[in-house]
Design a protein. Structure first.
Length: 295
């Protein structure tokens, strides 16, 4: 809307209008100027019946169901509906949403029209430009160090920074959880993750790697940090990324769960990827017969 103009919709069953504040703000109150045509008689006779029952929400998205209901009209009549309406709403959000409805099959109070319209000329939102502050001049820092948003009047914590919880945001997320309201779960392959961003600061369980421990060891490697090399698994198959076990068995000449032990007395070189150079066996034969030939 530009100056001197109003947002007026057709008569519909549901009407939704919102304003995007461009980022999350600490809100104190909201004032709405309805269309009156500069005539009180026209306003009360032809406009208010479409406005009765309206709601005002503040949300971080355009979905009002994910936000906070600041006001729901249950008491105004055609004659008491104010042309300028103000409601306090000390919350944080990016979208201010106006909503009204006339749903089929629902009985509404006397004076309500069968349809709704918006008829909004101006919506004013008052509060602090920056989060993390409160007070009449928005100059007092929120008292709790891990508080992301605090009440604009009292400074009481309303929302903690990611990774923290508690009335004063004094508690880090419990082990295995992280993020906003501590609702995110660390990967099961993580030995312990950062309470803020979920990065596995304490490393991964054997067989996994990456910042979030969501990558298996590369082929031929296993164990903690994927630093161990697989043995001589049969036909070059991959060993267990966790403990190096060759589930398909060993190549000829090797034995053990990890196929790193020579099967016979042998000469090997290098590490577990070495090849057999020579195999020697000691044979024990019994004396059977000696034939002498005389000429």
């Amino acid at each position: 809307m530009t100056a001197g103009q109003c947002a007026v919709s057709y008569s519909v069953r549901t009407a939704t209008w919102w304003v995007n504040l461009s980022s999350i703000h600490s809100i104190h109150h909201i004032t709405i100027y309805f269309r009156t045509n500069n005539d009180d008689y026209i306003y009360k006779t032809f406009i208010t019946d479409n406005l009765l029952g309206f709601s005002v929400y503040v949300s971080n998205t355009t979905d009002r169901s994910q936000g906070t209901l600041c006001f729901k009209d249950n008491n105004f009549t055609k004659n008491t509906m104010p042309p300028v309406f103000t409601t306090n709403c000390s919350v944080h959000g990016q979208y201010v949403i106006y909503y009204n409805e006339r749903l089929p099959g629902v009985a509404y109070p006397d004076g309500y029209d069968s349809y709704v319209t918006t008829d909004l000329c101006e919506v004013e939102v008052y509060g602090c430009q920056e989060t993390g502050f409160y007070g009449s001049n928005c100059s007092i820092p929120c008292p709790d160090v891990n508080c992301q948003y605090c009440h604009i009047e009292t400074g009481y914590s309303q929302c903690c920074k990611p990774g923290y919880q508690g009335h004063h945001c004094e508690l880090a997320c419990p082990h295995g959880h992280f993020g906003n309201k501590c609702t995110e779960k660390c990967n099961d392959t993580c030995a312990g993750c950062n309470n803020v961003n979920g990065v596995c600061d304490f490393g991964c369980i054997p067989g996994w790697r990456g910042y979030y421990c969501n990558e298996e060891c590369d082929r031929g490697w296993y164990g903690i940090g994927c630093t161990e090399t697989c043995g001589h698994c049969r036909n070059g198959s991959q060993c267990s990324n966790v403990n190096g076990t060759c589930v398909t068995g060993c190549d000829v000449g090797f034995k053990g769960d990890q196929c790193k032990t020579c099967e016979y007395a042998c000469i090997c070189y290098g590490n577990s990827t070495s090849e057999i150079i020579a195999v020697t066996k000691t044979y024990h034969f019994e004396f059977i017969y000696v034939a002498h030939t005389f000429v």
